[in-house]
Design a protein around this ligand. Sequence first.
Ligand code: NDP
Length: 328
Amino acid sequence: ARTPVTVTVTGAAGQIGYALLFRIASGQLLGADTPVRLRLLEIPQAVKAAEGTAMELDDCAFPLLDGIDIFDDATQAFAGANVALLVGARPRTKGMERGDLLEANGGIFKPQGEAINAGAADDIKVLVVGNPANTNALIAQQHAPDVPAERFTAMTRLDHNRALAQLSKKAGVSVSEITKLTIWGNHSATQYPDVFHAEIASKNAAETVNDQAWLENDFIPTVAKRGAAIIEARGASSAASAASAAVDHVHTWVNGTAEGDWTSMAVVSDGSYGVPEGLISSFPVTTKDGRWEIVQGLEINDFSRARIDASVGELAEERDAVRKLGLI
Ligand code: NDP
């Protein structure tokens, strides 16, 4: 058997953690021939609940699960980590200003970045799920100066998958026939799901659908507001689909995108498509051998340009706000 891969999960006792850990332990994150060792991080009050989840993980008798350790200390939790899923975050509560939210999360993601810098494995790959995910990823990345910046990513794969689902319904095709869809910008209501380069059965998706009103008034807002719609319907947030997207994100990063297709990941900008260097923004990316690359040379029409700029503008504001707070 192969040597176990160490996966650290924060917020392990939360809703997403509960949906995520069983998928990881069953082999869906890294593949059916890779044993995993889980290191769970929780705040002290939630350690007991995480222990309960660990009991259930034991009871699944997953052949690939090599061990589980639970911590309330970040330095210990990230020691030797090959993959880190940063799920735990401070939720926005009533009356909380954006600055308060960013500050509370800075208090979480700064020490986690430092702990990753201090003790994670050389091949560490980080996915931030906890919101505001892009800016939380930026804070962690800025506090891990010895880790290559490209190892810090934030999740827009759920938005990508939501867009695939909406487009497949509209076009009456299977999601597997859709390629080259892109989420640009921030994982927030300003995100831009772009179908102008997408293909349905190898034909341009925007031309195939040929319905600009649907695109503007239905598709884009439905994808962007899907989280709120699920809370409204279920009375609880979209934890299982978020966990599924986190599994997809890491699986694609490690195993590569299919030939002729790409995925969406929020990654450190190199200035591509006018996105200021250093921001962690969602792009179309291909992956191979555990590395990602931003797809180059796409033509961006005026409709897309305005939406990308708006979402990237929001990311720049968030970065400026955390700078002002001294968090980066
Ligand atoms: P969830 O597990 O439901 O969500 C965790 C984070 O994921 C939130 O920031 C949430 O953002 C975000 N998220 C991203 N995409 C989605 C999506 N599609 N649907 C829902 N959430 C999404 O939260 P819980 O409150 O159940 O659990 C959080 C856990 O984290 C708690 O157990 C808490 O103790 C722990 N925690 C751990 C920390 C640590 O390990 N150091 C630090 C802070 C918390 P949003 O708020 O926008 O819904």
